[in-house]
Design a protein around this ligand. Structure first.
Ligand code: MN
Length: 740
């Protein structure tokens, strides 16, 4: 790369002049000279340094100073500190030099900024505590925080040139701490930009598609706003109220948040934008005129009384003032209308300081700025409890669906709320997850099902001997962890089944029986298992002793369909024809409970249908027709891929027969609970149980019961009774995991 030094010098001077121009209204006598001195010092100190992007380093402090002036509204002290914010850390200049040249105040701020930059760097479990320290002890002067925010904003704006891992780390810190901090300080424009940048660097396709959507819908949005505002405008003109209309869409990040939370596409985000009516009115008339505008708006459109927000009478803690209402537009769409004055609008966008800057003399600005800084400090100091509470508190509920935790090296990880140490382990690496035996959270030992809390620092403990268990599926909530666990379990099972198959083949050979398809099928029937895989697995696992295979020798198979009339299982059409033929009527539906004599059918074990369920018949290769519920987990696959083997089926009324079904019961554990549950099942409702299993874990119990019921109504009755048992929280029917 060829660098044109002269051109660069010009550019640096140009940017410096722009900074001065913006600062001019707040400069007092002698300020410009001091700023110039700081600028020269910074240029000199950083002269051989370049940013990752290749541009001269001085661009960065200049940009930070510019943000301080233009977007936060800070004054000379902050400009000087911003220009010099990186020199102590990165160059030979020492704090004492700065104090000598610019005084104690500037030196203190720069000292604070230098220490703050280490907040995330040390990688201890102390992030939250450090952050609080940054806000309290280091930040004797709130300007430290404000300049740090400006610094972060510029780093986010120029994050493109950073390597991917840095982008993710810096973005995560930004969304976790800096954006909520900006929000708390009332710097809404900065907050929104930080959030948008976060999304842009963590999920660019999503970011870009939303940006594109906003762009594509701009014309129609503007048209809508224009016609919506038409009658209001006429009325406001009649009252001679000076106003301005803005119809800006929500930030990309907040649209994305809506889409994610409500699981809806862009088109369905109904409050994509708010219409803002900004009025120009003297301070003393503000409130009255705002309500006058409100009355005009609601003369034309019906307001939703639940959505009226008066932040003029009682401003938000961060200083936000505005009057919000949501009204019904002519097309039936709810539209949020924000009514505020220019003063309120500026405060809402930029915070207090930026507002005062334009309205007052330099010295009035300084005293007001001073007042605001005190106010900010007070608002940060309001929280006196633990560091974590503090961080959580000011982060508000913005991110309540996520938990933010740290690796031992201080790397931030975001997981869904409710995630466990096990999820975290799989998040690190699937090998770490698979070998996880426990964890240390903030240096305390916890089990793998420990539920993560914001700010936890987690170290995963592993053992080479460890491998995933079935019950891990209960502990993991992220799909990443779950699918990895399932994969491993499946792999394991497959291996066991392969071993089992070998054992079976060996035994058959000893018995001098050929392992034909038919023999295998009879063997399965002999052991009464749903599939060959189950048989092999059980033998491989030793649940069925290998020696039992020998007992098969004397087995007299009653092979399915053998004794039935001429039905050959070919496809559904053949069966339907057969039904029609035998019944001698125009009826091709398999009537369960009546047609037993025509064709052989079984109720599928995967979904255990009972009378009342929506069902279909499926022609299997070797086991006749299986009846599945249409809601069976396997239904979609069967219906989609083997349509020609599907038989229409329905239930005939029958009450004498009982059908096997499964119920899952969840609740809080207490003495006698299981007894109460089984009593209801067997005594009160006279239901037979085929099996029952319960387990309890730290006060929570879960049970699975297989029982016989007549039909869905009978089952409903039972569920209702069980749900009334004290301690029982939820009773639901379940589909077994066996796939037939
Ligand atoms: Mn910096």
């Amino acid at each position: 790369m060829v660098i044109d030094v002269e051109q660069e010098k010009k550019e640096i001077i140009g940017r410096y002049r722009k900074l001065l121009r913006k600062a001019k209204p707040v400069l007092k006598e002698g300020d410009a000279r001091r700023i110039k001195k700081a600028f020269s010092m910074a240029v000199e100190a950083h002269k051989d340094m370049r940013r990752k992007s290749g541009e001269p380093y001085i661009f960065h402090p200049l940009a930070v100073a510019q943000i301080c002036v233009e977007e936060i509204g800070l004054g000379t002290t902050s400009i000087i500190a911003a220009l010099l914010h990186d020199v102590v850390e990165d160059t030979d200049i020492e704090l004492t030099d700065i104090e000598r040249m610019f005084g104690k105040k500037v030196a203190q701020i720069i000292d604070g900024l230098t220490k703050v930059s280490g907040v995330f760097e040390f990688g201890t479990s102390q992030q939250a505590e450090n952050f609080r320290k940054m806000l309290f002890t280091l930040a004797d002067d709130v300007r430290v925080i404000l300049i740090k925010l400006a610094d972060r904003l510029h780093n986010m704006r120029t994050l493109d040139s950073m390597p991917r891992n840095k982008q993710l780390k810096i973005s995560s810190e930004t969304i976790y701490l800096y954006a909520p901090l900006a929000h708390r300080l009332g710097l809404n424009a900065i907050k929104s930009e930080l959030e948008d940048l976060y999304l842009r660097f963590t999920d660019r396709p999503v970011y870009e598609s939303i940006a594109q959507n906003i762009d594509d819908t701009r014309a129609s949005r503007n048209k809508f706003i224009k016609s919506f505002m038409q009658p209001i405008k006429e009325e406001l003109d009649r009252y001679k109220i000076k106003y301005e209309i803005k119809g800006r869409p929500k930030s990309i990040y907040s649209i994305w948040n809506k889409m994610r939370k409500q699981n809806i596409p862009f088109e369905e985000v109904y409050d994509l934008f708010a219409i803002r009516i900004i009025i120009d009115v003297p301070v003393e008339n503000e409130k009255a005129v705002c309500w006058q505008v409100y009355s005009v708006v609601t003369d034309f459109y019906t307001p939703n009384p639940d959505r009226l927000r008066d932040w003029i009478s009682t401003p938000k803690a961060n200083g936000y003032e505005s009057l919000h209402t949501t009204v019904m537009a002519k097309n039936g769409q709810w539209v949020e209308v924000q009514i505020r004055t220019q003063r309120m609008d500026e405060i809402a966008e930029k915070g207090y300081a930026a507002h005062w800057k334009y309205k007052e003399t330099a010295s009035a600005h300084e005293s007001n700025l001073e007042k605001w800084l005190v106010k900010v400090r007070d608002s940060l100091a309001q929280n006196d409890h633990s560091a974590l509470d503090f961080v959580n508190d000011f982060r508000g509920n913005l991110f309540s669906e996520e938990v933010f935790v740290f690796t031992p090296r201080g790397e931030l990880k975001t997981l869904p709320y409710g995630a466990t140490a096990l999820d975290f382990a799989f998040e690190i690496h699937s090998q770490v997850g698979s070998k996880c035996i426990g964890a240390k959270v903030n240096n305390k030992l916890v089990p793998i099902n420990y539920i993560l809390k914001n700010g936890d620092q987690i170290e995963i403990l592993t053992s080479q001997k460890q491998k995933p268990h079935e019950d891990w599926l209960r502990f993991a909530i992220t799909s990443k962890a779950k699918s990895r666990i399932k994969d491993v379990l499946k792999e394991d099972k497959k291996k066991v089944a392969e071993d089992g198959k070998e054992i079976v083949l060996r035994k058959l050979k000893q018995m001098k029986v050929d392992p034909t398809q038919v023999v295998m099928e009879q063997l399965r029937e002999f052991f009464n298992l749903p599939s060959h895989f189950d048989l092999f697995y059980r033998i491989g696992k030793g649940i069925i002793p290998a020696s039992d295979v020998k007992r098969f020798k004397d087995f007299k198979p009653k092979s399915p369909l053998k004794n039935k009339p001429n039905v050959r299982v070919a496809d559904a059409q053949a069966i339907e024809q057969e039904i029609t033929k035998i019944k001698g009527r125009y009826e091709d539906i398999l009537l369960i409970g009546e047609d037993m004599d025509i064709v052989d059918y079984k109720l599928a074990k995967c979904c255990t249908p009972i009378p009342g369920d929506d069902v279909f018949g499926f022609v299997t290769v070797s086991e006749g027709i299986k009846i599945h519920r249409t809601t069976c987990p396997n239904a979609a696959e069967l219906l989609a891929n083997h349509g020609n083997r599907v038989v229409k089926a329905k239930w005939t009324s029958q009450h004498e027969v009982a059908f096997l079904t499964g119920l899952k019961i969840k609740g809080t554990d207490r003495v006698g609970l299981i007894n109460d549950v089984s009593k209801i099942i067997s005594e009160e409702l006279k239901v037979n149980m085929s099996s029952m299993s319960f387990y309890t874990d730290s006060g929570i119990f879960e049970g699975e019961i297989m029982l016989y019921v007549h039909d869905t109504r009978h089952l409903e009755q039972l569920v209702n009774k069980l749900e009334k048992v004290e301690g029982v929280v939820k009773v639901s029917r379940f589909d077994s995991k066996v796939v037939e």
